[in-house]
Design a protein around this ligand. Structure first.
Ligand SMILES: [Zn+2]
Length: 338
């Protein structure tokens, strides 16, 4: 997604938490900083953040899958029922795959594995790293954050007050995390075929299509205008729902699936995203073996496949918002309820 879409996803996730009205303290931490979401949620894609390699390198924004024929291939088979059970019926991606007839049993019995060029450097690891450090940084929060989190952290009194996490920094980390969670939902980020590369006719075009619908309001320069208050920002974010046929009414935000940590949750979501990519750019037309072929946006979504585009808009954007809220709430519950 581009800057506008990432900003919208983060702000819409705050609104979702506000509407659910369960984690009021988390909302009161994030909401006042909503207008700065355009900075935090986009920061991981900025060139300077990709310096040094360890943090936000491009590899950390993707987990691109291919058929796998190596040792222990069985480990990399995830059958349909299992995947759908792991991703949960509250996700639209689960429903999208549930109703699909294109991926047949043969596909679901094939081993697929992420192409990880440097050991450990992939999207679910990035999400795990960030969620883990965020729990620590929230516990080291300054007095204002401390008031939002029950319980006592005794050693903070020994710390230099300047070194404790303030609300501005904490909200920035939440927005950064939303970037990576949203990247999981973008099918091209989980598909190893050349056609899913950024400049190859589908990936950028799909992101441009979403960006146009999200609208100029979420452009960084417009969001940082001082005349906008955070209440308005959240309202603007809710107003975008119709453009993607989203209905969040009555949504409850669950915790991670039982037995999952942030890493495993992201792994299964990447796998689901890859399955969606294989339907979007049909794998029988664009095989994994002849991966140099491109699948231009106008071809993939041309003619009677316009419905596919609408279904994809709804599925991806719904889940990007919901998954962000799920991951945020999980962190918050970890520090405030465990
Ligand atoms: Zn990214």
């Amino acid at each position: 997604m581009d800057q506008r879409t990432h900003s919208w996803i983060a702000i819409r996730a705050i609104a979702l938490l506000e509407d659910e009205n369960e984690e009021r303290n988390l909302v009161s931490l994030l909401k006042p900083h909503a207008s700065k979401a355009s900075v935090g949620a986009w920061l991981p894609d900025q060139a300077d953040m990709k310096r040094g390699g360890a943090g936000s390198m491009t590899d950390n924004h993707v987990l691109k899958m291919y058929p796998y024929k190596g040792v222990q291939a069985d480990r990399f088979v995830v059958r349909k029922n299992e995947l759908l059970q792991q991703t949960g019926s509250y996700r639209m991606m689960t429903r999208f795959l549930q109703t699909d007839n294109y991926l047949e049993d043969f596909w679901w019995e094939t081993a697929f594995k992420g192409d990880v060029r440097r050991p450990g450097q992939h999207l679910p690891n990035r999400i795990m790293a960030l969620t883990t450090i965020m729990k620590d940084l929230l516990l080291l929060g300054d007095q204002k954050i401390d008031q939002l989190i029950p319980g006592e952290v005794r050693f903070v009194e020994d710390m230099d007050p300047e070194s404790r996490t303030n609300e501005e920094a904490a909200s920035l980390y939440f927005f950064m995390l939303s970037h990576f969670v949203a990247d999981v939902c973008m099918p091209c980020h989980c598909d190893g075929r050349t056609l899913s590369g950024y400049g190859n006719g589908l990936h950028k075009e799909l992101e441009d299509h979403w960006s146009k619908k999200v609208g100029k309001q979420f452009e960084k320069k417009n969001m940082l205008r001082e005349s906008l208050d955070s209440h308005q920002m959240l309202e603007f974010a809710r107003d975008v729902d119709d453009k993607f046929c989203l209905n969040f009414k009555g949504t409850t935000i669950p915790d991670l699936k039982k037995g999952h940590d942030a890493w495993l949750e992201a792994i299964y979501l990447c796998r689901a995203s890859f399955a969606v990519a294989s339907i979007m750019a049909p794998y029988k037309t664009y095989s994994y073996e002849h991966s140099e072929a491109t699948a231009p946006f106008d071809v993939v979504f041309g003619g009677d496949r316009r419905n596919m585009l609408a279904a994809l808009d709804q599925t991806v954007l719904h889940d990007a918002v919901l998954n962000t809220a799920i991951m945020w709430k999980h962190i918050w519950n970890k520090v405030s309820k465990d």
